[in-house]
Ligand binder design. Structure first.
Ligand SMILES: [Zn+2]
Length: 103
């Protein structure tokens, strides 16, 4: 199941409700766990490890980055940076273990 709403940037909870629209048309969310309010794609957004794990799984399914960004609520720019960093680290792993076994 895909997360259609962003995680709480404060506590990482996924118990998020869409609160109301604000004047710049961006949807506003409210965390049911800690009560904080936030706007999707805010520049200070913290991506939870749960969301990163989900993104990792989606990347294995060869879903487009735009599709993953929409499904997980992260920005495409953030996702692109994340993937770039991820592939950079994978390259190092492959170099050390050239015969990676798949079971
Ligand atoms: Zn919260």
């Amino acid at each position: 199941m895909l997360l259609l709403r962003p995680d709480c940037p404060d506590c990482g909870s996924t118990h998020i409700v869409k609160n109301s629209r604000i004047h710049n048309k961006k949807p506003k969310y409210k965390c049911q766990s800690c009560g904080c309010q936030f706007v999707e794609n805010s520049t200070n957004k913290v991506i939870s490890s749960e969301t990163k794990n989900l993104i990792d799984r989606l990347l294995l399914e060869k879903i487009s980055l735009a599709g993953i960004a929409r499904s997980t609520g992260v920005s495409q720019k953030w996702l692109q940076d994340y993937v770039n960093n991820k592939y950079a680290s994978i390259k190092r792993v492959v170099k050390v273990k050239p015969k990676k076994k798949l079971d």
